[in-house]
Design a protein around this ligand. Structure first.
Ligand code: DGJ
Length: 748
């Protein structure tokens, strides 16, 4: 990996074994983009990539020169209004009402490793040789604003991380109204756009369309990254698929309002912008103040979408997630929410936990309803003190009983919320976000605490820390069950109200950070289907997230498949729940519910006492299986093989780094009569290794499995019935493959 600067041509070349990123100083002093893609040879001069032509109707920068127009030049951080008409990366409202800026190149600095971004989650390095960071400084002489563009190239993987820092070094106060994390101008528009969208309980469904002239965007203005869209998009070449061809993934490490868009201009070039949503954003920059944007990560792959995903998985697993749990296989848990909802007593919880322990579960999680007057969803949020009517010796007493069973204990919080019927609200009615003189909307009968205020975050921290400090709590589920409305902080001046959404998220990060630092062994799970925040920002603090409130196995195929495009399997909270399912009322076989949940953190969302003895035996087998294979399932190399968005079959697999073990998950939604023969071609195996398939004990070469395929036909060969005894609707199978000595192939 290296970052090279050619002084004679003022050109930067950032590269590693896989990618090159090339940019240059343009004739007007702005930064121009020349190339991002597969690694190319280094040279001093790439000026042939700087394309300008004289266009009849173009607005031009230099008098007497009709060829230099920013409208036609690919740039690093575009500014609107000085011949560029595309959406800008930055906009600053100045005291005279103008928004025109002119950022000219001043110089650069290269440093080993990667600096942290104060107060913000970001990827990191553990030693300096893992990455190099370039900081390019530009300045607008009229306002005195200094713009620093940060680029980190990692030694391994087609990864480039970007962010921007804007500092007011002038004399007057300014308002930053747009400050994107990333602006990338690509030379053509021959791309398909992939987004991961949906709704609550239908998150991260893959949607694909061809880029066309105009703007294609996904965004959130809800205060959270949202169930509706994810701060992640992909541009891929039309011919690229899961296994080959060019794809670029764009991911924003942020949990609040965001915008991700591609603008195809009149000359078929494409501008990608990603960052904090400019709508409503207005950050006052006083003299001497700076603003740091969140980080955006771009991954280039020429091994198709799986190649791109695997790079994101490694990066987010190893250099975004942190702490004690980062590299550890995750505990198998039993959560009481779908088992009891609000209707529980301490003894009932212990009864559920007891059976869970008997089946092999390691962690019992008490969900909503344990605190204040929380007997339903109208009261109690904000009062983080155990309800003595439910828990006679508080959380400490219950945790002791659970630990006494030989399990760990976990607890649910919803730190950012308050019910009006709570002691906290009665004491601090002005602590909620609400606009003076306007009615205040609720969601699930609750209101959003103003986390832009330090005293609010301090107060919630105090209550949570007391419980975590006193009781044996090993895990926290952090919920967040509504989006923000009437966003206004009573603690900020009118001219700073455009800062509230961002300050709110900074407050959430601050609370997470304090809890992480003071309780380093607690495993945090962000409840993303309450909070709609399955995003890389939260992954920095909580290495796993409850992926969806829809726990139905068939629905989960699409949700988990879509989630896997960016996020590692170790981050995907997935549990076996009861049949019929509580969200879609579908009954799926127990083995299929487990076969889906294995590709995640795994656990149970039901009362195991209510299963038949036969089912309980099956659960014991599932848990034993997960304990044996969870390292591989959660940290192996994951491949999507057959998409649930395209048909009746879903298939995916994991392989370990040594290519000696693999697990294939195969799922068929509906059963049909007289079905065709089917095979699935596997990936990631060693072509020369021999693999034995557990159960059938058949042995194959890796190249057979990858080129001929694994036979998955059933109902004809009798193979399925022998393996699973199931072959109706919602059937599934796992194939476990283990490398063996070559001679065994001859023996078979
Ligand atoms: C929404 C979550 O996603 C559920 O798992 C559960 O924790 C409920 N909130 C509790 O209110």
């Amino acid at each position: 990996m290296s970052i090279l600067f050619s002084g004679s041509t003022k050109t930067f070349h950032l590269y590693n074994q896989e990618i090159s990123y090339i940019m240059t100083v343009l004739p007007n002093g702005h930064m121009g983009q020349l190339y991002f893609g597969k690694k190319v040879h280094h040279r001093e001069d790439y000026s042939y990539l700087y394309e300008t032509v004289c266009r009849p109707m173009a607005s031009c920068v230099f008098e007497g020169d009709r060829s230099f127009s920013l409208e036609h030049v690919k740039q690093e951080y575009g500014v609107y209004g000085t011949t560029d008409y595309r959406r800008p990366a930055i906009e600053i409202l100045q005291p005279n009402g103008s928004r025109i800026c002119d950022f000219k190149y001043q110089g650069y600095e290269i440093q080993k490793g990667k600096p942290a971004l104060t107060g913000l989650p970001a990827t990191y390095t553990e030693n300096e040789d893992e990455a190099e960071t370039l900081c390019i400084t530009l300045a607008d002489s009229l306002t005195g604003v200094v713009l620093e563009l940060l680029y980190t190239v990692f030694a391994k993987g087609g990864i480039l991380a970007r962010s921007a820092r804007i500092s007011n070094k002038g004399e007057e106060e300014l308002h930053l109204t747009t400050a994107m994390s990333l602006c990338l101008d690509l030379p053509d528009c021959d791309y398909e756009w992939l987004q991961f969208s949906g709704a609550w309980a239908r998150e991260r469904h893959l949607k694909v369309r061809k880029l066309e002239q105009g703007i294609q965007a996904v965004d959130s203005r809800r205060g959270n990254s949202s169930h509706e869209h994810n701060p992640f998009i992909v541009l891929k070449r039309p011919a690229a698929n899961e296994f080959q061809g060019e794809a670029i993934g764009f991911s924003l490490i942020y949990s609040g309002n965001f915008l991700a868009q591609a603008e195809v201009d009149t000359h078929d070039t494409t501008r990608v912008l990603m960052g904090i949503h400019p709508m409503g954003f207005d950050w006052k920059l006083e003299k001497g103040e700076s603003f740091q944007t969140p980080e955006a990560v771009m991954v280039f792959s020429e091994q198709g979408l799986n190649g791109m995903s695997q790079t994101f998985h490694r990066l987010y697993q190893k250099r975004l997630a942190r702490g004690y749990w980062r590299d550890k296989a995750r505990p198998i848990l039993n959560n009481n929410w779908e088992a009891t909802y609000f209707d529980f007593t301490e003894d009932r919880l212990v009864e559920i936990a007891g059976k869970a322990k008997e089946c092999g579960v390691e962690l019992f999680v008490l969900d909503d309803g344990w605190f204040g007057q929380r007997n339903n969803d109208h009261a109690g949020l904000g009062d983080w003190v155990a309800n003595p009517k439910r828990l006679s010796r508080g959380i400490t007493g219950l945790a002791e009983r659970i630990e006494g069973l030989g399990m760990k204990f976990g607890l649910w919080f919803e730190p950012e919320m308050v019910n009006k019927d709570s002691d906290l609200y009665r004491a601090h009615p002005d602590w909620i976000l609400s606009t003076p003189g306007r009615s205040v909307s609720h969601g699930r009968n609750q209101y959003v605490l103003d986390f832009s205020r330090k005293e609010v975050v301090d107060c919630i921290y105090g209550m949570m820390a007391k419980i975590l400090g006193e009781a044996k709590v090993s895990y926290v589920k952090w919920d967040m069950n509504r989006s923000i409305t009437e966003c206004y902080s009573k603690a900020l001046l009118p001219e700073r109200q455009g800062e509230v959404f961002h300050r709110y998220i900074l407050g959430v990060y601050e609370l997470y950070d304090r809890l992480n630092r003071n309780f380093p062994h607690v495993l945090f799970e962000s409840c993303a289907s309450g909070g709609g925040r399955f995003d890389p920002g939260i992954l920095y603090y909580a290495p796993q997230g409850w992926a969806s409130d829809d726990s139905d196995a068939v629905e989960r195929l699409k949700i988990q498949y879509g989630t896997s495009f960016c996020y590692p399997i170790s981050s995907i909270g997935s549990h076996v729940s009861v049949a019929p399912n509580h969200q879609v009322f579908r009954s799926t076989p127990l083995h299929t519910r487990a076969n889906v949940a294995y590709f995640g953190t795994f656990g149970y969302e039901l009362d195991l006492n209510k299963l038949t003895e036969e089912e309980q035996e099956a659960v014991k087998g599932q848990i034993a299986f997960m304990k044996e294979y969870r390292e591989l399932l959660q940290f192996g190399r994951f491949y999507r093989l057959v998409s649930p968005f395209e048909g009746n079959i879903t298939c995916w697999m994991v392989v370990n780094d040594e290519q000696t073990e693999a697990i294939v998950g195969w799922y068929r939604t509906l059963s049909h009569v007289n079905m065709p023969y089917t095979r699935v071609r596997l990936h990631g195996l060693n072509p020369d290794f021999c693999y034995v398939e557990q159960g059938s004990e058949r042995v194959y070469y890796g190249d057979e499995l990858m080129n001929i395929g694994l036979i998955t036909s059933d109902g004809m060969s009798g193979q399925v019935e022998e393996l699973t005894g199931e072959y109706g609707d919602f059937d599934s199978r796992l194939y476990i493959l283990r490398a063996v000595q070559e001679k065994q192939i001859a023996d078979k």
